[in-house]
Design a protein around this ligand. Structure first.
Ligand SMILES: [Zn+2]
Length: 209
């Protein structure tokens, strides 16, 4: 069982991230999910339907990755498999953030049938781990939205297992954005940079029309 202090630390980090994302309007109407690794076996993840700008420890569930089940009473968010598969695919991931922002929603719809968005020539790409030059290419795979989380999670897992290099997040069409980091500080930096770049992409799409 994960230690209580480790769970509380992870919950505190989730609560702080939730306030920041809510203030930026990126998790409207109880949407979005946030998670943080507690140790090799457990993560902390937001429960279903909680207001991300007003989370308490009661809204954060300890989840057992090995048993694939909550390790305390409560209803895990329906999108929990989209968090757990990332921790399992890449053991260096320490936090996962998912937003339902306006820009992520619109950009993913405007991209139509594209299977990925490639980002380059943004100075802010240097906010991402491993990116030291603005000319580097960052990839954001796109997936059709699906209410069957088992099916969607399997699709995401298969694609990321095949190629994780240069992938800094992914978009669910008409739904939102997932990104991650080695810890919560890094995941928060990544989502802030990615949301900024998606805002820019949306403006550019408007001007290109
Ligand atoms: Zn969602």
């Amino acid at each position: 069982m994960a230690s209580l202090p480790d769970y509380s630390r992870a919950a505190d980090e989730i609560i702080a991230a939730g306030i920041e994302l809510a203030q930026r309007g990126q998790v409207p109407a109880t949407s979005g999910n946030l998670s943080c690794r507690v140790d090799d076996r457990y993560i902390a993840v937001t429960v279903s339907g909680a207001d991300k700008g007003n989370l308490t420890e009661d809204d954060v569930l300890l989840y057992d990755l090995e048993a694939d089940t909550p390790a305390m009473p409560g209803t895990a968010s329906a999108e929990t498999p989209l968090h757990t598969n990332l921790y399992c695919i890449n053991p260096s991931i320490g936090a996962v953030l998912h937003t339902h922002s306006r820009s992520a929603t619109l950009v993913s719809i405007l991209l139509g049938d594209a299977d990925k968005l490639t980002l380059t020539d943004y100075e802010l790409l240097k906010a991402f781990r491993g990116f030291i030059n603005h000319t580097a290419k960052a990839e954001i795979p796109l997936f059709a939205n699906d209410q069957d989380m088992g099916r969607l999670s399997a699709l995401v897992e298969a694609r990321l297992k095949k190629n994780f290099k240069g992938v800094i997040g992914y978009l669910l069409v008409g739904h939102g954005l997932y990104t991650w980091g080695e810890n919560m500080t890094e995941a928060r930096r990544h989502i802030e940079a990615l949301e900024f770049i998606l805002d820019c992409e949306l403006e550019l799409m408007r001007h290109r029309q």
